[in-house]
Design a protein around this ligand. Structure first.
Ligand code: GDP
Length: 440
């Protein structure tokens, strides 16, 4: 004994400029910020589409693409070059340690966009949950190739749509992709749009928030530039980028108490304890005291960064890097919540949640996910089966809940976790998403 393994940071408290952050934010001539996820069945063409979009917007230069094309050709997969734009960039980022939900940014005249990555493989659902819980809207990519759309609908297309809905994303742009493979058939486009409308409205999306764009990610048709193919002349609607620009981001909860889930904890040149994440509600500034939950320990904000630039303050909706002081790093973990010490989030071990069931629910073990936060728990009670639209009670204490039904359930976790009313959680079991919904 006698040796302290970890030294608590007991530096002098950082100074605050005591700024009125909300009015600073209103004064700052900031561009509109919007973030979106890209979802869809594996091989629907998500990576290719986003790579091509970035190329056509001039975010990636021709030289880089040429380099990828050469490398891709050398392994006999020339079509992979576009997809590598996203993959390569995320690899670079993971070495440079920024934010763990791999993000790609691009700007148009009106908007600064963030692409939240969401790979389509099964194992990536928890990643997608983290992404969707931060997204203003989604691009759902479906493959128009004969047979592929139908397979996708049975596969991840449906699960992803359910997840988007239960994570609170309401605006969807459906990119009906690979139309080059069906000679730009308007009939095929109409047929797929109708089927997608059918299942999106059954999932609870309002169709006025859903739009459809016929595209070819591989050839760059209707992404930034209108298709030059005469066979595509029947389409006179918006390009994908026009749809993105005309989508309204969700209202930011600026005046609510501070809430931010830590998505990464690391050492940086500025500080031995640096965290990153997206501010979900409220605002913060250098010098602020914050509370870390569930540890209940206080820390101070030494300094902060937005897009690798030092700044004095940040608000809800922004992804920030924060250098903390005056706290022992053992109290700070990925998935923890940074909050306002005067209005902290409580740590609870039991909660009631109104869920949409994706699978059969009954008293059973479940993993609770909220962004980066995971906890083991179990469904202990099912107080009611609810009407999907009105939320009224259909049946009290059902024994089970069938897939596609809405129910009120009680979940108990093995330990106390920071959670509060109004937050969205996803329940998984054996690697599958079984339900998602809103805490009551
Ligand atoms: P992801 O799994 O959804 O990210 O799909 P990828 O972007 O990796 O694409 C899967 C395959 O579809 C690749 O071989 C692509 O070259 C091909 N592909 C993607 N978009 C198109 C398209 O618009 N037209 C055609 N013909 N092929 C495409």
């Amino acid at each position: 004994d006698g040796i302290k393994a970890i030294k608590v940071d007991d530096a002098p408290l950082p100074k605050s400029k005591n700024l009125d952050v909300i009015s600073e934010y209103e004064k700052a001539e900031s561009k509109r910020n919007a973030s979106f996820v890209v979802v869809g069945h594996v091989d629907a063409g998500k990576s290719t589409l986003m790579g091509r979009l970035l190329l056509d917007l001039g975010v990636v230069d021709q030289r880089t693409i040429q380099k990828y094309r050469k490398e891709a050709e050398s392994i006999g997969k020339s079509s992979f070059a576009l997809a590598w734009v996203l993959d390569q960039r995320s690899e670079e980022r993971s070495r440079g340690v920024t934010i763990d939900i791999a993000t790609n940014k691009f700007d148009t005249d009106s908007t600064s966009f963030t692409i939240l990555d969401a790979p389509g493989h099964r194992d990536f659902i928890p990643n997608m949950i983290a992404g969707a819980s931060q997204a203003d809207f989604a691009i759902l990519v479906v493959d128009a190739t004969t047979g592929a759309f139908e397979a996708g609908l049975k596969g991840q297309t449906r699960e992803h749509s359910l997840l988007l809905r239960s994570m609170g994303v309401s605006r969807i742009i459906v990119a009906i992709n690979k139309l080059d493979t069906v000679a730009w058939s308007q009939e095929r486009f109409d047929e797929i749009s109708q089927q997608v409308s059918g299942f999106l409205s059954a999932t609870g999306f309002q169709l006025k928030n859903v739009s459809y764009v016929p595209v070819s990610g591989l050839h760059g048709d209707n992404l930034v530039n209108k298709s030059a193919d005469p066979a595509a002349a029947w389409y006179s609607g918006n390009t994908l980028i026009e749809e993105l620009e005309s989508s309204e981001p969700m209202a930011r909860a600026l005046t609510k108490p501070l809430r931010m889930t830590i998505s990464e904890v690391f050492r940086s040149s500025q500080s031995p304890l640096t965290i990153s994440g997206r501010i979900e509600a409220g605002s913060l500034q250098a010098g602020d005291a914050v509370l870390v939950q569930p540890s209940g320990e206080k820390a101070y904000i030494k300094s902060l960064e937005l897009d690798a630039e030092p700044v004095d303050w940040a608000v809800a909706g922004q992804n920030v890097v924060i250098h903390l002081s005056n706290i022992d790093p053992i109290h700070v973990r990925v998935g923890d919540i940074i909050c306002d010490p005067k209005q902290p989030i409580a740590c609870i071990d039991t909660f009631t949640v109104k869920v949409l069931a994706f699978d059969i629910l009954m008293p059973m073990q479940v993993d609770v996910h909220r962004g980066r936060l995971h906890a083991a728990g179990q469904i202990t009670e099912i107080p009611a089966l609810l009407d999907k639209v009105r939320g009224t009670v259909l049946k009290k204490k059902p024994k089970i809940v069938k897939p596609g039904s809405v129910a009120r359930i009680v979940v108990r976790m093995g330990n106390k976790v920071p959670l509060e009313v109004g937050q969205r959680v996803v329940l998984r079991s054996g690697g599958d998403t079984v339900a998602a919904g809103l805490l009551e």
